[in-house]
Design a protein around this ligand. Structure first.
Ligand SMILES: Cc1ncc(COP(=O)(O)O)c(C=O)c1O
Length: 397
């Protein structure tokens, strides 16, 4: 029999099965109210418009949509994305933009083109698990910098930059997992620090368009004048994740390297979904649809915040996100979110224990008493019931 396990590459040693994936299996139990995943609300997916646009696309451009296409991506869609970012203050052309198969692919390909074994990558603490996993596979070491309600702590960031990381990974809006937003002042400071220490920025912004209160803030790519930012975006949260459409935008030289890496990965992102999305987006449908998403998620966020107020015991705190899909709960120091998780599953409610979002190689910070709650997926009438169950699990029953 073939001994496969002797043949795996060294770089897979540090790659464990995702805790989230394991936990999500538990959330399949019937009757569970899940705040664990990061899923959009499927009942507002624009299925009708997709059906109509598919028929139209097949009739009008079917042969092109079903054919191989360029690694760079469908040019009209890339122009649409450049225009969208330019409205936020960036200065991009179609040549600065590449379509990816979800922004997760962008993270992986950034690892592929930039990370050598034991390179240091600076991340927020806590950070997006999918990025940590993607870069672990390239044998990265992580240094993490804490966040507070205004995003990453810029003084600690400056200290960490002394150790010369290869790049810094910043989640500016309604951060996954904690839901916090980087203030304008800190955005400007980060761009200045990037220049001062010559450390480029990977800006990951899947949630920026899902703001429920306050003013939009410029992305880092719009504040930067030195070609120091690679920006990752996605249609997963503003349209539908199943299409697997995201993008990277950045300096042309990096974008070209990126394209070579993508060619080896999948030749190109689905021609069909790129053309379908463009067909739907070109006359402004996404702007209209975004209003609906914002309305629905704001209501769910508000119900969750009110329910937490009602059902959480003394000593428990949580973030109050201005947008996005998540909030972050901190339990008293002496408590373990993992123990709460076991009781919560018995009570038929699920969440992700916070330790999943702390890089393992950056030991000492475990987030043992924190948890991430998603508020976009559960129906409004289930949210308060779920939070009441969670309150009981925290109290120990
Ligand atoms: C911060 C962040 N980046 C990237 C992704 C990946 O998104 P996708 O590959 O669907 O575009 C997610 C998904 O939840 C995310 O939260």
């Amino acid at each position: 029999m073939t001994t496969w396990n002797k043949r795996y590459a060294k770089r897979m040693d540090g790659v464990n099965s995702s805790i989230i994936r394991e936990l999500l299996k538990l959330t399949q139990i019937p009757g569970i109210i899940s705040f664990a995943g990061g899923l959009p609300a499927p009942e507002i997916f624009p299925t009708e418009i997709c059906a109509e646009a598919t028929v139209h696309l097949m009739k009008e451009q079917g042969q092109q949509a079903l054919q191989y296409s360029t690694t760079e991506g469908y040019a009209p869609l890339r122009q649409f994305i450049a225009d969208k970012l330019n409205k936020m203050g960036a200065n991009l052309t179609v040549d600065n933009v590449r379509i990816t198969s979800g922004s997760q692919q962008g993270l992986d390909l950034i690892g592929k083109i930039m990370v050598d074994p034991h390179d240091k990558i600076l991340v927020e603490r806590p950070s997006y698990l999918g990025a940590l996993q993607a870069w672990q596979a390239y044998q990265a070491d992580f240094i993490s910098v804490p966040i507070d309600n205004d995003g990453i702590d810029v003084d600690k960031l400056e200290e960490a930059l002394q150790s010369k990381p290869k790049f810094m990974y910043i989640l500016p809006n309604f951060q996954n997992p904690a839901g916090v937003t980087l203030s304008l002042e800190r955005r400007k400071k980060i761009v200045a620090l990037s220049k001062q220490y010559d450390v480029p920025i990977i800006e990951d912004d899947p949630y920026g368009e899902l703001r429920y209160e306050g003013e939009d803030l410029p992305p880092l790519i719009a504040l930067d004048e030195d070609d120091s930012v690679m920006y990752l975006g996605t249609f997963s949260k503003t349209f539908a994740p199943g299409l697997r459409l995201g993008w990277v935008a950045g300096p042309e030289s990096v974008i070209q390297k990126f394209t070579m890496a993508k060619q080896g990965a999948d030749l190109h992102t689905s021609t069909f979904t790129q053309m379908l999305l463009y067909e739907i987006a070109k006359d402004g449908f996404l702007d209209e649809h975004r209003q609906l998403i914002r309305r629905v998620y704001k209501e769910r966020r508000d119900i969750m915040l009110d329910s937490l107020e009602k059902h959480m015991p003394e000593g428990v705190t949580w973030t109050r996100p201005f947008g996005g899909l998540f909030l972050w709960v901190t339990l008293p120091e002496t408590m373990q979110a993992r123990d709460v998780f076991d009781r919560a599953i018995k009570n038929k409610v699920a969440f992700v224990p916070g330790y999943a979002f702390f890089p393992e190689s950056d030991s000492g910070y475990t987030g043992h008493n924190s948890m991430r709650l998603n508020f976009s997926n559960a129906a409004p009438d289930k949210i308060e019931i779920g939070i009441e169950r969670l309150g009981r699990a925290i109290r120990g029953s």
